[in-house]
Design a protein around this ligand. Sequence first.
Ligand code: GDP
Ligand code: MG
Length: 395
Amino acid sequence: MVSFFRRKKPDPETAAAAPGAGPRPSIEELAAAFPARPQPETSPAAMDAPPDTVPEAVVIPAPVVVPAPIVIDTGTTAEPAPAAPGKAGWRERLRGSALSRSMASLFARNPKLDEDLLDEIETALLTADVGVAATTPLVAALRQRMHRREFADANALLAALRSDLVAMLLPVARPLAIDRQAKPFVILTVGVNGVGKTTTIGKLARRFKEEGHGLMLAAGDTFRAAAVAQLQAWGERNGVPVVAQAQNAAGKGGDAASVAFDALQAAKARGIEVLIADTAGRLHTQGGLMAELGKIKRVLGKVDPAAPHEVLMVIDGTTGQNAISQLRQFHAAAGVTGLVVTKLDGTAKGGVIFALAREFGIPIRYVGIGERSEDLRVFDAAAFVEALLPESLGA
Ligand SMILES: Nc1nc2c(ncn2[C@@H]2O[C@H](COP(=O)(O)OP(=O)(O)O)[C@@H](O)[C@H]2O)c(=O)[nH]1
Ligand SMILES: [Mg+2]
């Protein structure tokens, strides 16, 4: 391997602050080190890993661009069935949510158009985590319209509820647009532990690959060796190179800002279109770790003032109202520009999306409705609301 792999790395903030002063490789050196068509036999991972080494234990020199490997289907993946495409898929996956179930039972009883119905709708929305701030004005407006005799029956009221719910989400249903001029368009993923950041990156890798984008991933969760291995597995599955740093004896893989810096340099050198950087999960209450996100952003900005182009916060849909304080803190620390709400297929109550939309107005880019790589949908306000409300309403 080229010698700068073994060089002790300077702090990226210092190095980047004094361009040309530090021993960082130039773009040309990086271009030479990471040829556009990588040679699998020179893969450091391939050279270093003894055959029986479990992925977590593989020590990889820093920084490593794992070349796009030949994807071998081992046939051992026992993934659940993918959600059907289109609206059927949404409904089938969201049917277990509290909001969907309470609405279904409410309207299965063929309710009368009265105050009780409004109270029940209010309770259903509140218990599904839609939140007081979003629920109260919604129900008040429906009540007013009912008193003005705008609704012929309960179904007419439900139809109005549906369009009000869609209207609440339309302003945030703004898909992520990749600026092809960015070279690379840098996506920094943030969020608390276990929300689905790495899985979402894997799903995005597949999506962007299919859309024909040149892609690279940065293993910025340097806290756990397993996290690097997890990202590398997604990279291998999708034939996408992953930049990581050497792990020390404690299994920590270097400094997250420095991984992001190296990855952006490498991506620039190779003319990559999209770079997605993973980060370690952190609690929004951990001040020091939250500040590190700001550092990662500043370091990226030194390579490209426009980077990161998207700060994508991943939120677990089962979190409930706590998602509001999570987003508030992450937004303050890192300037969140887009959201992914995951795990809506499970026991999620479904309502938190409305609460987030009303409170912040930050675009919801995607939703996760399963663990498979294809179970990431571009957020569609109408499909989402229709999936939560009873089918009898008609579309
Ligand atoms: N059911 C379901 N599980 C998901 C979804 N997204 C992620 N997960 C699971 O959530 C767990 C944590 O995911 P991971 O990506 O490691 O979270 P991270 O710590 O934020 O990187 C894994 O078991 C994932 O398979 C989703 O949309 N639906
Ligand atoms: Mg992770």
